[in-house]
Design a protein around this ligand. Structure first.
Ligand code: ZN
Length: 486
């Protein structure tokens, strides 16, 4: 039998078992505490499934709790019976492709959700933020989906999928469909484009995001485009809303942040920086990362370098008032110096710190930040400003990130050595694998910042040198730009 014939016959021999299929959903919502879904689903294994887990351990039936008035019909239009299977979903009374129609009770988006509303939803005056887990029931063969929204004409839909038409989207995988978050309604939002990668920052409980966020995102957009050229097309949605606690949750191609403080210009030093930090993770820790099973193995890189670039981008954009940015850098430096000087962390290197991400947080975040700052300064000063850490990132992205080839510290050392034009392995060995601390004061002085204080007390200050030399001014401008943040 020729292979074309085999290909043609296979679906008949094993219906749906090998060939996944596209599900189609239409979501109808005009406000209020429920929305309606009509779904066309391919034949599966006799079950109707719903995503499990994700901050819902307190409800035995998990997300299935919120699916109401479920009606299923078969290909011939006849009703198909459903039997509840708890959190897994339902058993279907017939096989074959089906149409499912149901309401989703948005009770999970009203009031306080025990693990935090960023993990469920929030129904606001003019908009709904929701995770996608309760919205989409599916059969075992669903591999991708088309999603259309029927909403009032003046509403926006911020969804983390590529749009095929107005309010119509294509989710490329089941995870992209069911492990994400979105916002519908009337709400403030700002957009940034990084190559073909589009990001929406939505603020559903504010009329508009802070004006300075736009500047920070534009800065990030141009720098990320230069550092990570050829980033594949995609969409990302970042949502911010007020809640009692500072919290955050990441999904397949979206994230949500909450804070008790309003997201205004002063909050750019906290929330604005966090927004940029989370977006940077698309590349550092996302495309450029160790194998998934060793996720935290180079956390000083994935977290520390991410924070370093978030700081640089918000500073360069001029989005954070100068005095607040100054305080932030002093705080981050203080954390690293305290980690290295306090007996609390005796014997724990930056590489060891990943063993207890909570307790040794400063070794990871502040430590990785100090490594990034030191490396960047070293590369810039040794090359007379011709090379920088951005060249290392570009090289790593070129070689590994774009193809999503996992990396380890060895690849980082090699790329940094290549850009430096000398072997930096001993440098990495010393500052990441022993308790020797980086000469941070000398590094900061190269930028015209004098570090004074008591590191063992986490009490340090960055003081502008009275008369910076041309070299100090030049290096400082390379770091923080000329828009006046530092
Ligand atoms: Zn992070």
């Amino acid at each position: 039998m020729n292979r074309w014939l085999i290909a043609a016959l296979l679906p008949l021999l094993v219906p749906g078992a090998l060939f996944g299929a596209t599900a189609t959903y239409r979501i109808t919502y005009r406000g209020g505490d429920k929305l309606h879904v009509d779904a066309q689903l391919p034949a599966g294994d006799g079950k109707l499934l719903i995503r499990q887990g994700g901050g819902i351990a307190h409800l035995p039936n998990e997300w299935a709790t919120f699916v109401r008035d479920l009606r299923v019909t078969g290909g011939n239009g006849a009703a198909v019976s459903t039997t509840a299977l708890g959190k897994e979903g339902w058993t279907l009374g017939a096989n074959g492709a089906i149409a499912a129609s149901y309401d989703v009770d948005l009770a999970y988006a009203v009031g306080k959700w025990p693990p935090g509303n960023e993990q469920s939803g929030r129904l606001l005056a003019n908009a709904l933020y929701t995770v996608t887990k309760p919205l989409f029931v599916y059969t075992s063969n669903v591999t991708d989906a088309k999603v259309a929204f029927e909403v009032p004409a003046d509403w926006k839909v911020a969804a983390p999928w590529l749009a095929s038409a107005s309010r119509q989207f294509t989710a490329a995988s089941l995870d992209a469909l069911t492990d994400n978050s979105l916002v519908v309604g009337r709400f403030g939002a700002t957009e940034v484009r990084i190559g073909a990668f589009d990001v929406t920052v939505a603020t559903p409980d504010q009329d508009a995001p802070p004006a300075r966020l736009v500047a920070a995102l534009q800065q990030m957009g141009s720098e990320a485009t230069a550092m990570f050229p050829g980033t594949p097309a995609g969409r990302y949605v970042m949502t911010f809303f007020r809640a009692d606690d500072e919290d955050g949750e990441s999904f397949e191609s979206s994230a949500a942040l909450t804070s008790p403080y309003p997201f205004d210009d002063a909050s750019m030093v906290v929330t604005g920086n966090t927004v940029v930090h989370e977006l940077m993770h698309h590349w550092i820790g996302g495309m450029l990362a160790p194998p998934p099973e060793q996720h935290d193995s180079i956390a000083w890189f994935t977290e520390g370098f991410t924070e370093y670039y978030a700081n640089l981008m918000v500073a360069r954009s001029g989005a954070v008032p100068r005095d607040l940015m100054h305080q932030k850098l002093a705080n981050v430096a203080a954390g690293y110096l305290y980690f290295m000087n306090s007996s609390l962390f005796h014997g724990i290197t930056l590489a060891d710190a990943v063993q207890k991400k909570g307790a040794y947080r400063m070794g990871i975040y502040n430590g990785g930040w100090a490594i990034a700052l030191s490396l960047d300064t070293m590369l810039r000063s040794e090359s007379g400003g011709k090379r920088s850490l951005a060249d290392v990132m570009r090289l790593l992205f070129d070689r590994y990130g774009r193809a999503r080839t996992p990396i380890s510290e060895a690849e980082l050392r090699a790329a940094a050595s290549e850009v430096a034009g000398r072997d930096l392995a001993p440098w990495f060995e010393k500052y990441i694998h022993t308790r020797e601390d980086l000469p941070l004061a000398a590094t900061l002085l190269q930028l015209g910042l004098e570090l004074r204080g008591q590191p063992y007390a986490a009490d340090v200050y960055l003081i502008n040198v009275a008369k910076p030399t041309p070299a100090q001014s030049a290096l400082r401008a390379q770091f923080f730009g000329t828009k006046g943040s530092m």
